[in-house]
Design a binder for this molecule. Structure first.
Ligand code: G6D
Length: 350
C-alpha cells in the first residue's frame, strides 16, 4: 500500500494536492483536494495491463471553468431542483439559479468547487484519504451549517469505496454523489457504445424538457431502459424512444434500484474484459452517457466527443424536495447523513 502527494497548484492561496494511492496489486487512484475530484483510476484488463478508466483533464485550470463535473463530489444536492427553490418547515428557500431558472449540482459554488481539508490514511489492508468541509448556513441558499466528510478507500481486493457523512444544525436537503465518468476500454481507446450495462431496476423517472423529473415513475419493461439482463449501450442510446431522444439521444435518467449491495449495477467492456461492479445503500442511480460536452474541450488529452464516458451517480432521486413520494432527502438537525458506494474492479473474458 502506498500514498504519494504532489502539489499541482494553488486556489485562493490554498495548495491543491493530488493524492495517489496504490494497492499491492498495482491498482491506483489519484484524487485532488479540490472537489474531491478523481483524476485517475488505473485498473487491469484481462491481460494485466493497468490503464486509466476515468475521464479527466490533463491539467488543472479546466476544472475551474468548464468541467462537466469530471470525477467530482456533487453537493449539497445532486441533480436539478426546479425553479431553484423549495419549501421546508413552512419557509421558502431560494437557491442559486445556475442553470436557467433551475439549480443544478449544488449551484455555482457546489462541493465540486470547494478546497477540502484532506487527511490521508494507510493500513496493511487499505489506503485512502478523508476529505472534510463545513458548508456555512446560507451557502448557495441552503439552510444550516453542514459538516461533511467524504472518504475514499482503496483495498487489496481492487475495491474503491466512497463513504459520505454529514450533520447539520438545521433541517436541510442533502444528496451527495460522485460524478466520475467511466470508460473501461482503458486510456480512451474507444467510446462507451460497446460497453454493456446491467442495472437491477424495474422503474426509471420520466424527465421533462429541462431534464427534471416529472414525478412519474415508468416501468422499464419493453423499453431501452430495461437493463435488468444487461444491454449494449449502443442499442439503448440509438433506440427510438422519446425519453432517449429528449436528453440528446442517450441516457440522463434516474433509475430506482431494486436491491442494495447485491451487484445492482455492472458495467462490462468486452475487449479489455474490465468489469465494474457498483454496490450502494442509495435508493437510485443517475445514468448519464455524456450526451453533451462543452465544445473544444480536451479529455485525457484528446478532443472531446459524445459518449466518451458514462456516469453512474448513485444517489437519492433528483428534485426529491418537490416529490413527497420520492425517498426524502431532508437531513434533520442533529441527525446523521450516511451513505456508501463500493466500486469493485474485476476482469472477465467476453
Ligand atoms: C448535463 O443533464 C446532464 C447532467 O445530468 C450532467 O450531470 C451534466 O450535464 C454534467 O447537464
Amino acid at each position: 500500500m502506498r500514498i504519494v502527494q504532489e502539489q499541482w497548484t494553488e486556489v485562493d492561496g490554498r495548495p491543491i494536492i493530488a493524492y495517489t494511492f496504490t494497492n499491492d496489486n498495482g491498482m491506483e487512484v489519484t484524487c485532488l483536494n479540490y472537489g474531491c475530484i478523481i483524476t485517475k483510476i488505473l485498473a487491469p484488463d484481462k491481460y494485466g495491463n493497468y490503464e486509466n478508466v476515468v475521464l479527466a483533464f490533463n491539467e488543472f485550470s479546466p476544472y475551474l471553468t468548464n468541467s462537466p463535473y469530471f470525477g467530482a463530489v456533487i453537493g449539497r444536492v445532486a441533480g436539478r431542483i426546479r425553479e431553484a427553490s423549495f419549501e421546508l418547515n413552512g419557509k421558502t428557500y431560494q437557491l442559486h439559479k445556475n442553470e436557467n431558472s433551475n439549480h443544478l449540482h449544488g449551484g455555482q459554488k457546489g462541493f465540486h468547487h470547494v478546497v477540502w481539508k484532506a487527511v490521508e490514511f494507510s493500513t496493511k489492508e487499505a489506503v485512502g484519504v478523508q476529505f472534510s468541509y463545513t458548508s456555512p448556513d446560507g451557502e448557495e441558499g441552503y439552510p444550516g451549517n453542514v459538516d461533511v466528510q467524504v472518504t475514499y478507500t482503496l483495498n487489496n481486493q481492487n475495491e474503491f469505496i466512497i463513504s459520505y457523512h454529514a450533520t447539520s444544525d438545521k433541517d436541510t436537503p442533502i444528496t451527495l454523489t460522485n460524478h466520475t465518468y467511466f470508460n473501461l476500454s482503458g486510456n480512451l481507446k474507444s467510446d462507451i457504445l460497446h460497453h454493456r450495462l446491467k442495472i437491477k431496476s424495474n422503474q426509471f423517472l420520466e424527465l421533462d424538457h429541462q431534464f427534471i423529473p416529472t414525478g412519474v415513475l415508468l416501468n422499464v419493461e419493453n423499453t431501452p431502459f430495461d437493463l435488468r439482463e444487461g444491454k449494449l449501450l449502443k442499442e439503448g442510446i440509438e433506440a427510438n424512444h422519446p425519453q432517449i431522444a429528449l436528453v440528446g439521444q442517450g441516457y440522463d435518467h434516474p433509475f430506482l434500484l431494486d436491491s442494495r449491495h447485491a451487484e445492482e449495477i455492472v458495467l462490462f467492456e468486452p475487449e479489455s474484459g474490465r468489469t465494474l461492479i457498483i454496490e450502494t445503500d442509495e435508493p437510485g442511480v443517475v445514468v448519464y452517457t455524456g450526451n453533451h460536452f462543452p465544445s473544444g474541450m480536451k479529455v485525457n488529452g484528446m478532443p472531446s466527443r459524445k459518449y466518451l464516458g458514462i456516469c453512474l451517480e448513485t444517489q437519492a432521486l433528483p428534485d426529491a424536495v418537490h416529490h413527497p413520494h420520492f425517498p426524502s432527502c431532508i437531513l434533520r438537525a442533529g441527525e446523521v447523513y450516511s451513505s456508501m458506494t463500493k466500486y469493485t474492479f474485476r476482469v472477465h473474458q467476453a
